[in-house]
Design a protein around this ligand. Structure first.
Ligand code: ZN
Length: 324
């Protein structure tokens, strides 16, 4: 049962019941609700302005952790970028110097990685720490480019190295006869008195005295261009080593390689004899560079130690009679 409220009527000098109309009741309710809503929004505003929710606190903490992680990542990338400088130094100042090859121009190594707009997407997001993020992306891109160039450089060095190895393997750089089997080396290279013809002519090689049947080795990698019997050279082998070098092995008792055959340095190609115009069992050995005979003694250092090489040079200065 609704509670009846009274008021004191001064005219009637009596307490009269207050009559509540539906309209005034509605207004009261609306007023009450409006006031409640205003107070509720006010409280929410004050709460949000002054207090953070657990969820928001967690998000803030996570955000700070992410910022820290990005900073650490950026630092690590910086270190990796610095380390590539060491690779670059070794590349330019050691490998390329040894291989006598030009350095990679700085304009290529330090070239940019795309235009300014590349990071526009990140700038437009209006992130609080966009500078950190863009800086990290730039480092990644620079590092990628630097490593790509370094990788290409190593490919190039590898190709050059293979070519140099081929060239070094092709040079006639060893003795055609093993030192142990060498009885004597006649080193009269150039003009000398011919023992059979009894006149002064050029002797274009070195004569290695060794017993008949002593193995003769190819002095560098190459292709046999001829192996035949000649009236002067006797059984002879010609090898083309490429890079301007050729060698000849004469007066053999026998050759065991044929025209067009590939040979490796140190491979047995024939045996010492005294065929052709020869006055005793020996190998006549010639080295030609661009078709001109050169003194083979300058090529023997590869299979001799310093002492042996000095001794050989000393022997080469002595006057000896070639066997042709
Ligand atoms: Zn000779």
């Amino acid at each position: 049962m609704a509670k009846i409220r009274y008021f004191y009527d001064t005219e009637t000098c009596k307490y009269e019941p207050i009559k509540v109309t539906k309209g005034s009741m509605f207004l009261n309710v609306v007023g009450f609700l409006t006031l409640s809503l205003i107070m509720a929004f006010g409280l929410i505003y004050i709460y949000q302005a002054n207090f953070t929710s657990v969820k928001e606190s967690n998000l803030r903490a996570e955000n700070n952790n992410l910022k820290l992680e990005w900073s650490i990542l950026k630092e690590k990338l910086n270190n990796a970028y610095s380390n590539t400088s060491e690779l670059q130094y070794k590349d330019d100042k050691i490998y390329r110097v040894i291989l006598d090859t030009d350095e990679i121009p700085a304009t290529i190594r330090e070239g940019g990685v795309g235009g300014h707009n590349k990071y526009e997407r990140l700038s437009e997001q209006g992130l609080e720490d966009s500078e950190l993020i863009i800086g990290t992306y730039q480092l990644v891109d620079n590092l990628k480019k630097k490593l790509y160039i370094q990788s290409k450089s190593y490919d190039q060095i590898s190709t050059i190295l293979s070519e140099k190895e081929r060239m070094w393997a092709s040079r006639p750089a060893i003795q055609p006869i093993n030192n142990k089997e060498l009885t004597r080396l006649h080193t009269t290279f150039g003009r000398r008195f011919h023992p059979i013809l009894k006149k002064w002519i050029n002797h274009d090689g070195l004569d290695f005295t060794a017993p008949k049947g002593t193995p003769v080795y190819a002095t560098g990698d190459g292709i046999i261009t001829a192996s035949y019997r000649s009236t002067t050279y006797g059984n002879v082998i010609f090898i083309n080593h490429g890079y301007g070098y050729q060698t000849r092995y004469a007066h053999l008792t026998k050759y065991i390689v044929g025209r067009g055959e590939s040979v490796k340095r140190g491979q047995v190609i024939g045996y010492v004899g005294s065929t052709g115009r020869s006055s005793g069992s020996h190998l006549h050995y010639e080295v030609l560079y661009n078709y001109k005979p050169i003194n083979p003694i300058n090529f023997f250092q590869r299979d001799l130690d310093n002492e042996e090489y000095e001794k050989l040079i000393e022997i080469s200065k002595q006057e000896t009679i070639p066997l042709d």
